[in-house]
Design a protein around this ligand. Structure first.
Ligand code: 5U1
Length: 697
């Protein structure tokens, strides 16, 4: 249809094409048109609707974000109550559940639909004749809050269902959640834009939906997975839950890709173990898995007890949140001077590990939580991330005789507890920093620790105790001083540290062990002199220059001096370097003391190979993102990554629709599965080797 066709017809076509592109992009993860084309269609639709306001429809893709914040949410009575789930924590409880079903249905190996239990917020979506008309929170199960305007901003939630035979009424229940990576990205963005950061993905999801202004929700990276039905009229339901999920997918609703069917108790426990093993690598937080009897006739036979179906069970992973008491509030001073508050707590067992410390992130978080000494707090440990305080239980706050809190609100120190320099917080920054720079021993220790770390200069044996002693006894002021150390220095320093700590006795054997230790360490320092430009750049600890940026800079400039001489404009031209990072790099090299350190490193024999600049637009894999997964027989993944990068590729750790090639080695797992699901180009090791050989890498 041409653009000159009647506006109503063109508007209908644009809406259909945009809805289709949204579905392909957000639900199927398989974009059909480039972003620029999408933007163009959207702009054309907006212009047409602006010119013909009488044609604007509530379900138009332009109408996702309204602009009137509401004063409060209206109440919604659910046509069919939103259920809760019985919980199980042990295999025995799961066994009892399956046995009970076996007895009551006569099926001794029943089939279950098995699903991850997402850690988000349960909601209900109501579609009438295919159009999304209302969305509500679970509330108490009978009455929830009307959050329609906010849910309309969640792009994976279709405003109109797909297909021809649509039910008159379809209520879909599911979970709104925030993917872990998107949560991290959001917080980085929020820090850069002076907005409040989110405490964790679950709070992020729940808090975002409860915003009175949908424009705020629209900025939050929310997703949704459907997992159950509410009221349905005007449609014949399938016979099983798994078929229902397939039907919901056809209607354009997102369903979690990890949903499976499993048979009997062995099947469900196997699923529990597999999902448990993948838990830290899944893109979203979960707190267990859910088993649902698949056949609806069997579900009906089992019925309900109060609000929980007897045909479903949540099998929870060990708790990742526990309650404990704050014993003191301390601060750490990091490599860049960042002052990070944390709490020392009464030891508590969380998710299988005893924890005594939890981070409070920054002053904003302290203010938001109002954590005080003596408070009872909920601490949360997710995957291998640092435990964090998520909530204070205010009712348990210790009070004095007059009923006033025993401890005042906590304030960050105004001077650095390590070096006494002022602690300052720049305008618009969330993080407060010690202004002592390398004068501050804490910053010096962290800078050395980072410099020596495996992915930087890779100096084996430089543990924290040793580095602390080097700084405390004044053997090194800058990282370049490491290369002036002698075996004699190390032995002398060790003797002083032992004397002070009253540790090792002076025996001949101890003396020999110490000599060997010192010789090994000096040899490791010596070996690190021969390095690469990208390792050196990462090791220097320039703020916001991580491994990936260091690699890009090394490739782009080829040598250190042109990078030192580069202006901010030249730096912004480097892929993935934005104005803030460009300013940080330029500022770092403009400081005379940093240039002195680099000169001293060179003078002390640190060297690396330099070459011609290689811009990202060069090489046979230029512009291509490659993910390596599984084990390779012929080389390590790091080596393969370096070779691919030398051919222009960007090597990434996660698979997405933007990934160009996935190299799958031995025992590749969830990344390979995702690549297959997205229909990406997948190479085995032979294909990789042939490609590298063909391009002389
Ligand atoms: N994955 C999943 N989570 N979840 C929560 N399925 C599921 N089902 C639920 C709930 C409360 O309830 C159904 C049994 C209706």
């Amino acid at each position: 249809m041409s653009k000159t066709a009647a506006p109503a017809a063109r508007i209908a076509e644009l809406r259909r094409r945009i809805d289709d592109a949204n579905h392909r992009y957000h639900v199927l993860d398989d974009p059909s048109i480039p972003d620029v084309e999408y933007d163009r269609l959207m702009r054309e639709l907006e212009a047409l609707e602006a010119a013909h306001p009488e044609l604007v429809d509530f379900d138009s893709p332009t109408q996702r974000v309204g602009n009137a914040p509401s004063a409060k949410f209206a109440e919604v009575t659910h046509a069919v109550p939103m259920l809760s789930l019985a919980n199980a924590f042990t295999d025995e409880e799961v066994n009892e559940f399956v046995t009970r079903i076996g007895k009551e249905t006569g099926d001794d190996s029943p089939v279950f639909s098995v699903e991850p239990k997402l850690d988000g917020l349960a909601i209900s979506l109501r579609y009438e004749n295919g159009v999304f008309v209302r969305g509500a929170t679970r509330g108490d199960g009978t009455t929830g809050e009307d959050v329609t305007a906010n849910l309309r901003t969640v792009k994976v939630i279709p405003l109109r269902l797909r297909g021809k035979a649509l039910p008159e009424v379809l209520e879909v229940r599911g979970e709104v959640y925030m993917p872990r990576a998107e949560f991290e990205h959001y917080n980085i963005w929020a820090l850069e834009h002076g907005e409040k950061t989110l405490a964790n993905p679950r709070n992020g999801a729940a808090g975002s939906l409860r915003q009175l202004d949908p424009r705020v929700t629209a900025k939050r990276p929310l997703r949704f997975y459907a997992y159950a039905l509410g009221e349905v009229t005007g449609a014949k339901l399938p016979a099983t839950h798994s078929q229902t999920l397939a039907w919901l997918r056809e209607l354009g609703l997102p369903v979690c890709p990890q949903v499976e069917v499993a048979k009997g108790v062995e099947g469900v426990l196997d699923y529990y173990a597999r999902i448990g093993a993948q838990r830290d690598t899944l893109p979203y937080d979960i707190d267990g898995v859910v088993y649902k009897l698949d056949r609806y006739d069997q579900q009906r036979a089992m019925g309900f007890v109060s609000r929980a179906p007897r045909w479903a069970l949540a099998h929870k992973f060990p708790a990742q949140e526990e309650m404990t008491t704050v014993e003191s509030i301390e601060v750490n001073v990091g490599r860049t001077g960042a002052v990070t508050p944390w709490v020392l707590m009464t030891p508590v067992h969380v998710g299988g590990v005893t924890v005594t410390r939890a981070t409070l992130h920054n002053a904003d978080q302290i203010a938001r939580l109002d954590v005080r000494v003596g408070d009872a707090v909920i601490v949360r440990r997710a995957g291998d991330v640092i435990p964090e305080v998520v909530r204070v239980i205010e009712e348990r706050r210790p009070l004095d005789k007059r009923g006033k809190p025993l401890h005042p609100p906590y304030q960050l120190p105004t001077t650095c507890p390590v070096c006494g320099s002022a602690v300052e917080r720049e305008e618009g920054e969330v993080v407060a920093r010690c202004t002592g720079g390398l004068f501050c021993p804490a910053q010096r220790i962290q800078a050395l620790f980072h410099f020596a770390s495996r992915r930087a200069m890779d100096i084996e044996g430089m543990g924290e105790r040793f580095i602390t002693a080097l700084v405390e006894f004044d053997y090194v002021h800058t990282v370049a001083d490491l290369y002036k150390l002698t075996v004699g220095d190390l032995l002398e320093m060790k003797r002083r540290a032992d004397e002070r700590d009253g540790t090792t006795p002076e025996t001949v054997k101890a003396g020999k062990v110490a000599s060997k230790w010192a010789e090994n360490l000096i040899a490791a320092i010596d070996a690190s002199r021969n390095t690469t430009l990208e390792r050196l750049l990462f090791a220097l600890g320039i703020r916001d220059v991580g491994e990936s940026t260091a690699k890009t800079l090394a490739r782009h400039f080829g040598a250190l001096d042109p990078l030192i001489a580069a202006s901010e404009e030249e730096l912004v031209a480097v892929p993935d370097v934005g104005p803030i990072v460009a300013a940080r790099i330029a500022h770092f090299f403009a400081e005379q003391h940093n240039r002195d350190v680099i000169a001293a490193l060179r003078a002390n024999g640190v060297h690396w190979q330099e070459g011609a600049p290689r811009r990202a637009s060069e090489g046979p894999l230029a512009g291509m993102t490659v993910v390596l997964t599984g084990g390779l027989a012929s080389m390590s993944r790091d080596e393969a990554g370096a070779k691919l990068e030398a051919l222009g590729a960007k090597v990434s750790g996660s698979v997405s629709k933007k990934t160009g090639i996935v190299v799958a080695g031995e025992a590749a797992g969830s990344k390979l599965a995702k690549a297959q699901e997205l229909g990406l180009d997948i190479w085995d090791e032979d294909k990789l080797l042939a490609f590298l050989a063909e391009h002389g890498a």
